[in-house]
Design a protein around this ligand. Structure first.
Ligand code: GAP
Length: 442
């Protein structure tokens, strides 16, 4: 399989098996907006919980937050988004389309060399809305273009309620909105998307070291969850690329079928945001360092990733086609933490009521421990293929012999190896095999 064909295959699988659907499809679809179906929502939840576990629960120095999407309009003045968060746009007088001035070379336009562009104009990417019934200037606010500002605005609240000492971080997962001019590449660039962000507050003199540590830790997270190393790289931003608030920034990039593209950015935001919010709100946002007996604004290191982009990268990287007994086997080799379904219980004969009963009993027992399904809607070969295609880690089969010897067959997804084990040992077996740590079965 060519890597260039991969995107089409993943998109087709996602639609066919219920990972991702076009938004408002029954009305002809809404461009660049996507809905996560029954399996997609499980996968995305697993991506988010793996992130939350790694950056909040497994550490002592990071706490969580869930701030509202709508914030006081002054937030966007203080953050600089009202003034600086724009793309330069040009209109073509011939094809009547609008393009980002920095994306003209690869523009999607049939008249290509005949295009006649206007001069570039700044276009703010924030979605404007009005609070309440009256649509005047006083009621204007914006859908947040990043979750980060909810964290800065709550810095004092978190500090006062948790008594955290530097260095410490605040993590948040949530929706953000940007009126992107050129969304595309499936779920890669959309106008509504989810971010996973950490604002890690540190002493200014420790910021550079902390920045390096976060780059390494975040890179390892993608590797641990199964992304192949050859498809990942770190790209440092040139000075001319830096956002208005950043002293340094590095992107973790994935080699998508459409090219190397950003999964996550790790930025040194200095003390820009806290200083700005202190100035615009009049609230003292300095850290009172009792050891050094002085007050100062901490520096901020910000690892900021996209849930949708990470999910897409995990899907693309997991997609495999293998020739098995003269058939093409499609298998999603997702990491066990991410696989939407851990176990499928499959009766070999659906007409044998005792086999069905034993299978359902096993499924009901397992369901209390992990996400599992029961399926008897086809012959066993087809059932295996269906589960491989969605990344199910183990298939458990109950057959006529199981009724006598209380043994079942467990088939592993990647190797297709089958083992016969005692039915009452299944939980122990899976706990050991799936994780080597029992938390996955909690
Ligand atoms: N707070 C910093 C910040 O928002 P960013 O590089 O603009 O930085 C961070 O965004 C991450 O959010 C990106 O690395 C990407 O994963 C995700 N992201 C940004 N814009 C996106 C879009 N239009 N569609 C999907 N994901 C997006």
């Amino acid at each position: 399989m060519q890597r260039s064909d991969l995107m089409e295959k993943v998109v087709s699988l996602c639609k066919r098996r219920g990972f991702i659907f076009q938004s408002s499809e029954i009305y002809g679809g809404l461009a660049s907006a996507w809905d996560y179906g029954p399996l997609g929502v499980e996968l995305k939840r697993n991506v988010k919980s793996s992130w939350w576990k790694a950056v909040v629960h497994d550490r002592d120095d990071v706490v969580g937050l869930d701030a509202s999407i709508l914030m006081h309009p002054k937030v966007w003045q203080a953050s600089g988004h009202a003034e600086n968060f724009h793309d330069d746009l040009v209109d073509c007088r011939v094809c009547k389309k609008r393009f980002r001035a920095d994306h003209l070379e690869n523009r999607d336009c049939k008249t290509k060399d005949k295009c006649d562009f206007t001069t570039a104009r700044a276009f703010n990417l924030m979605f404007k809305t009005h609070l309440g019934a009256v649509e005047d200037e006083a009621s204007v606010t914006y859908l947040r273009p990043e979750t980060a500002q909810g964290i800065f605005a709550n810095f004092r609240n978190v500090l006062d309620s948790t008594h955290k000492k530097l260095p410490f971080g605040i993590a948040q997962i949530g929706k953000s909105f940007r009126n992107e001019i050129t969304p595309g590449n499936y779920t890669f660039r959309t106008r509504e998307f989810e971010q996973m962000e950490i604002e890690y507050f540190t002493k200014p003199e420790h910021a550079d070291e902390c920045y390096q540590q976060w780059i390494n830790q975040r890179f390892q997270w993608y590797l641990k969850l199964g992304i192949q190393e050859k498809h990942l790289r770190i790209r440092r931003h040139g000075d001319d690329e830096l956002a208005h608030y950043a002293k340094g920034c590095s992107d973790i990039e994935y080699e998508f079928p459409f090219g190397w593209s950003e999964l996550e950015g790790i930025a040194n935001r200095t003390d820009f945001d806290l200083k700005q919010h202190a100035k615009f709100s009049g609230v003292d946002l300095q850290y009172n360092d009792q050891v050094e007996q002085k007050k100062y604004f901490p520096y901020v290191i910000e690892p900021s990733g996209g849930v949708d982009r990470a999910t897409l990268a995990f899907l693309v990287d997991a997609y495999h086609e293998e020739e098995v007994q003269e058939r093409t086997r499609v298998v999603l080799k997702l990491n066990h933490q991410l696989a939407p379904i851990k176990v499928a219980v499959l009766p070999l004969l659906k007409k044998n009521s005792e086999i069905v009963e034993m299978s359902k009993k096993i499924k009901n027992r397992l369901q209390k421990k992990c996400v599992c399904v029961y399926d008897d809607s086809a012959a066993i070969g087809k059932l295996y293929r269906r589960q491989d295609e969605i990344g199910t880690m183990y298939c458990v089969t109950v057959d006529v012999d199981s009724l006598q010897d209380q043994q079942i067959t467990v088939r592993e997804r990647d190797t297709m190896k089958q083992e016969r084990i005692s039915a009452d040992q299944l939980e122990n077996y899976l706990t050991e095999k799936l994780t080597n740590d029992s938390s996955i079965l909690n």
